[in-house]
Every structure is written in C-alpha cells, then in structure tokens.
Design a protein. Structure first.
Length: 461
C-alpha cells in the first residue's frame, strides 16, 4: 500500500470519528486536521499551539486536559484534549492533539437531568392516593427515641376522632404527620383537604372554610367550603396561628356543636370531618400575647403532638441524608454513595434551624452541583454553610499556637485553613479554592509560599 492510499484511509477514518484531530510539526505548521476541528480566535489558537509545542520539549503525553476556547463565530467550546508526541527514529517529529468536544455532551446531559427531574415530579404526583395524600407513617424517616415516641402517639391519636394540634418548628414535617394520621385512621378512604391559613387573606379565609351562599356578597355563588369538601375525612388547617381571634371564635363553635352555616346561609349542616391543625409558634406564647383564644386552644388541641426539631434527634441526621442522597441521585443522574467524614461532622454539628426541609435543600443544592464522584464533600455546600463553618472553626485555629511574631502567626493560621480545606476536598485544589472563596491560582501561590506540598497529598485533577 503506497503513501497515497494511507493518506486516503487516514483522512476518511478521521473524518468519521467524533473527536477533532489536529497535527503540527515542531515549527507549528499544520500537517493534518479532520473536519471536526473548530476554528478558534487567534489568541485562543496561539494558546492551543503553545500547549502542543510544550509536548515537543517534554516528550510526555498529556491526557484529558480540560480547556475552554472561543471560536471565530464567538461560540464557547469546552474540550478534553489528549496530546501525544509522534516519534521517528527516536526523534519527535510531530505532535497530535485529539480533542473531545464536551459542550454538546454537557447540553445533552442537562436535557437528561431535566427529563429525570420531570419524571421524578411525575412519579411523586402519581404516588398521590385518591384521598389527596402522598404520605403515611412509613415515609417518616428516623430511629431516634424522640421521633419514635411522637410516631407512636400519633398512631394512637389516629384511631380516635379527637381534634389534633401539631406543633413544631418550620420544616419538621407537620403536614407529613397530618397525612400519616389520616391514612392510619378509620376514615382514610375519605378526602384529606389541606389549607395554609397564612397564605390566604383573612377576607377569603372564612369563605373558603365555610363556603358561600349566592347573594351573600357581590359575586358570591353557592360554593361548598372545605368543611363540606372534606366530607367524612380530614380538614388540615396549617399555621392556624395566622387565624384572627374572630375566626377562631367561629371555628370554636363548629368544634363544640359539630354544625356550621355557609356565609349568607340560614341552614345549618353537620360537620362530619376531623380537624387537624398545626402551628410553628409556641402556643403558650400565643396565649400570653392574646393572639390565640384560650377556649379555642383547649378545643383544637384535645391531642397535642409536638414534633421535635432535627437538632434534638441527631441519630436521624445521617439517616435522612442517606435517603435524600438516594432520592436526588435519581433526579440529577449522580452516583454519590455517601458523605465525606468531614461533611458528616459538619452536618452533625449544625443546628439546622430549617430542620428536615433545610437538610433536604442543602443536599439537593450540593448534589446538583457535584461532579462525577462517589463521595460528597463540603466544597459543594451553599455559601452560607461555608461562612458558618469557617466561623465555627476559627476559634480552634488559635489553639496550640506558639508565641511568635504577628506575620508568623498569620502564616500558621492561613496554613491550617488551607490544609483543612485540602483535606476536606481530598486534595482537590479547585474545590478547596472554591470552599475558601479564592481563585485556584491564588491558592496555588499560597500553597507554594507556605510549603504545604510536602505535607498534603494532592489528588489528580
């Protein structure tokens, strides 16, 4: 086979592969390129040529190096480049660059992630039972004595028809408890109707609960309220502390007499549903501030269940984290198996003011930004978490410091911070720099200045 045949084969093959192939000699002259190569802006092309020339001097190949270029038509292209030397009789005569365009791949992955999220949302909505609920007691994750005690009391309360008041901080899962109680009770086949009292203006709240009669006010029609819509099921009134004292008095009468009238109506109808309510404010505080009627409180809280905050059930934090990792792996197409030891420690020491809802948000945020790795590290935590984490660690940075000059002390504190960040991120400089709030190049300069390279193992990036 002569050289013309070889060239024809080479050109045909390389034009049908997906990677861009580019070959130059030691003078920077183009020897070969296929039809996948992009035309870059002059400054970008010079940068690429410098990388190729570098291999002439080192003689060492470079594998899967990430580069970002801008083309002459102003498109941003992301590439993974492998650069290898071509030798002839021991002399490097050319360098070949094989470039995988990952821009299209990234766009495709983003589309896949969106489809997976839509599928997850569809699956969540399809899990709804015909009674309007999505949760039962099996959905409550936790093994701590605190949560186990509340679940046990809730199951017992579900078998009676007494009004229940759920108390607890924001994000503790009060509506999940309300739905679980409904599904555990004898009327689970009947509707579960929920209303957030804080989200509805006072002028509309009464008509939504009681319903209206045609002519009661301008535009009013014969409309059943939530008390009727709930039938023999459950009416869940969330954030009942937002209800005015006047409306509390009207609801008190319903709880006592088991009868109600629509707005503008004269006929009384029986109340057949159970009422479960919730508040995220301490009821004794509401009573003291005259924001809740005392008689209303005793009637609405025949059974009072207090859901503990997440900080009081530490045994459940990592268990819940494991559940959310599994859930969001499916949504975002990740393969995360666990938290890093450092991140576990951060989670266990965090106060979780937003409780389970905050934990869910933090993990979804971190997982959505994570790369292809099995262990989730602290570098992906939201910004407010980083600031709080550094503030809590700073007092310990001064421990065991030897008496020395101010510049020496500052260097040692900076050294400890950098080593902590590198350790937390398995030696990954890019992620460590991000967690410290500085640029990668800035971190590299500081590492060299403080002579950290001899003491810290850096993972390949």
């Amino acid at each position: 086979m002569d050289s013309i045949d070889k060239s024809l084969y080479l050109e045909t093959i390389t034009n049908f592969i997906q990677d861009a192939v580019y070959v130059i000699n030691k003078h920077g002259e183009e020897l070969f390129y296929n039809n996948k190569i992009e035309r870059f802006e002059p400054s970008q092309r010079n940068y690429m040529l410098e990388e190729l020339r570098g291999v002439f001097f080192t003689g060492k190949p470079s594998f899967d190096k990430y580069n970002k270029y801008r083309t002459v038509d102003h498109r941003e292209v992301h590439m993974l480049s492998t650069i290898v030397p071509i030798e002839n009789e021991g002399e490097i005569v050319a360098v070949c660059s094989i470039n995988k365009n990952i821009t299209e791949m990234t766009n495709l992955l983003n589309k896949v992630y969106k489809l997976q999220e839509q599928l997850q949302n569809y699956c969540h909505s399809s899990n709804k039972l015909q009674n309007g609920t999505s949760y039962n007691f099996e959905c409550l994750i936790g093994k701590s004595p605190q949560i186990a005690t509340v679940i046990d009391k809730a199951k017992k309360a579900a078998l009676s028809f007494a009004p229940i008041l759920l108390t607890g901080e924001t994000g503790t899962g009060k509506e999940i408890f309300a739905q679980s109680i409904h599904n555990y009770g004898p009327t689970s086949s009947h509707p579960f109707v929920a209303l957030n009292c804080a989200a509805i203006p006072e002028t509309l709240l009464e008509s939504m609960i009681f319903g209206t009669t045609k002519g009661a006010f301008t535009g009013a029609e014969n409309t059943p309220g939530l008390l009727e819509q709930a039938g023999k099921g459950t009416l869940f009134l969330d954030e009942i502390n937002s209800m005015s004292l006047v409306l509390q008095a009207k609801l008190l009468r319903i709880l006592e007499e088991k009868k109600f009238r629509r707005l503008g109506g004269t006929n009384e109808a029986p109340v057949n549903c159970r009422i479960i309510s919730s508040t995220n404010v301490d009821c004794h505080k509401l009573l003291a501030e005259n924001k809740m009627r005392e008689d209303f409180y005793y009637r609405v809280a025949v059974v009072n269940l207090n859901i503990p905050p997440l900080r009081e059930r530490q045994e459940d934090i990592l268990l819940l984290a494991e559940y959310f990792i599994s859930r969001f792996n499916k949504v975002y197409g990740k393969q995360i198996t666990k938290l890093s030891a450092d991140l576990e420690n951060i989670f266990l020491n965090h106060k979780w003011p937003g409780n389970v809802r905050e934990l869910c948000h933090v993990l979804e945020n971190a997982i959505s930004f994570s790369e292809n790795e099995a262990i989730l590290t602290s570098s992906y935590l939201p910004d407010y978490f980083h600031k709080q984490y550094l503030l809590t660690k700073r007092p310990t940075l001064l421990d065991n410091l030897k008496p020395q000059s101010l510049p020496q002390t500052l260097d040692e504190v900076e050294r400890k911070l950098i080593i902590d960040a590198l350790t937390s991120n398995n030696g990954n400089i890019t992620r460590a720099a991000s967690s410290l709030g500085i640029h990668r190049q800035n971190l590299q300069v500081r590492i060299k200045k403080l002579n950290i390279t001899k003491n810290v193992h850096f993972a390949a990036e």
